[in-house]
Design a protein around this ligand. Structure first.
Ligand SMILES: *Cc1c(COP(=O)(O)O)cnc(C)c1O
Length: 393
């Protein structure tokens, strides 16, 4: 489908192409100098001692759980309003995800009170997700974690460059995790990154990333080592030099591109206020610095969302949902993973949420077009006869 305004778009140029060609010409394709550079630059951006690049954001969350030795019998508190990988990573290590509700219709991040209510003697960690790039209340969450002796993992897939005061997201918890999937603020096609200030955790994650081996291809190539031992049940979760080269170029654009997303977000908010004032837009006047990953809106109660999305599609505007709550997925229901407390706010918001286009190269005219399309689609949706409003997808 050729969208007039797609949900997300890349900002790739000659820089990325040339970086890829340089790697190909160099003849060194995996675990080399370019990956080391990407890790170093990323660590500097986040303001942490260690960054470990991996094959994708899901592998990254899995390694975070493994490195903290979370396992069977352990519980990890997690939001349900996130991508399924956030909770799947907890299941990979045999632990139990315990879902906590979000804060409000305005703040779609995990609620600190709900986290506190979900703590049991089995709780080992809290895994937060900075929805849309808007930071969770990390001071309160860290205080709670300290009081109960819990680890904090940040799923910062939405939040590269976001910050509370001067401390970037990913640097607050014991481990931060990022994804570089094509729709993210910084992409390497597939890719991910772990960050931490803890030397031991960093070492463990590096080992787990590469089969649990004690020395790396790079060291052996350089003559630093010629044999190895295997000390953990590790994986091959490595990134490669081609993707790291793209990552280095994308990282240089991150600040500028986050700012562009911020400008377009502000324009959306202003136009909505003028044109569709009864539309609810979460994270109004948010206290902390966002990376503006996505643009969520909440449709008026009772709007037929499937019909709305169809009409938007007819206008050439791509929309999406963030997210179908994890606790309602078949697999989770079938495996006894239903929440212990009802997730009322999560379910209420998830039923009304629609994500509209946001990306660094979005223009003012695109935003105006999308806002007008929303105004028209809402009108048409509510005019539609009942027969046309059966969910079609
Ligand atoms: C994208 C994303 C992931 C998974 O990352 P992949 O790189 O696609 O494996 C995990 N959590 C959240 C919140 C994401 O948005």
């Amino acid at each position: 489908m050729d969208w007039k305004v797609p949900l997300s778009d890349l900002d790739f140029g000659e820089e990325e192409k040339e970086a890829v060609i340089r790697v190909i010409d160099s003849g060194w394709l995996a675990m080399g100098e370019v990956t080391r550079q990407f890790e170093e630059s990323f660590a500097r951006m986040v303001g942490v001692n260690h960054a470990i690049a991996v094959t994708n954001g899901t592998a990254s969350l899995h390694l975070a759980c493994r490195a903290l030795e979370i396992g069977p019998g352990d519980e990890v508190i997690v939001p349900s309003l996130t991508f399924v990988a956030t909770a799947n990573a907890i299941l990979y290590v045999g632990a139990t995800p315990v879902f906590a509700d979000i804060t409000s219709e305005d703040n779609l991040n995990i609620s600190v009170e709900a986290i506190e209510d979900a703590i049991t003697p089995r709780t080992r960690a809290i895994m937060v997700m900075h929805y849309g790039g808007y930071p969770c209340d990390m001071s309160a969450i860290l205080q709670l974690a300290e009081r109960h002796n819990l680890f904090v993992i940040e799923d910062a897939a939405h939040a590269p460059g976001a910050a509370i005061e001067d401390r970037k997201m990913g640097a607050w918890g014991h481990i931060g995790s990022f994804s570089f999937f094509p729709n993210k603020n910084l992409t390497t096609a597939e890719g991910g990154m772990l960050v931490t200030d803890d030397d031991q955790l960093a070492q463990k994650m590096r080992t787990l990333r590469s089969h649990g081996m004690t020395t790396l291809t790079w060291d052996r190539h350089r003559g630093h080592a010629w044999s190895y031992d295997v000390v953990e049940l590790g994986y091959n979760y490595r990134i490669d030099e081609i993707r790291s080269a793209i990552g280095c170029e994308q990282l240089k654009k991150l600040d500028r591109n986050n700012s562009r997303r911020g400008v377009m977000t502000a324009l959306y908010r202003r136009l909505f206020q003028e044109i569709i004032p009864d539309l609810r837009i979460p994270f109004a006047d948010y206290a902390w610095k966002s990376s503006f990953h996505i643009m969520p809106i909440l449709l008026p109660d009772g709007t037929n969302r499937a019909r709305f999305a169809e009409i938007m599609k007819a206008h050439g505007v791509q929309t999406s949902l963030h997210y179908p709550p994890i606790h309602l997925f078949q697999y989770y229901l079938d495996h006894g993973l239903a929440p212990r407390q009802p997730l009322r706010m999560t379910e209420a918001v998830a039923a009304r949420e629609v994500t509209i286009p946001l990306y660094a190269t979005l223009t003012q005219r695109d935003v105006e077009y999308v806002v007008n399309a929303i105004a028209e689609s809402l009108k048409e949706t509510n005019l539609a006869p009942q027969s046309a409003s059966q969910p079609g997808s």
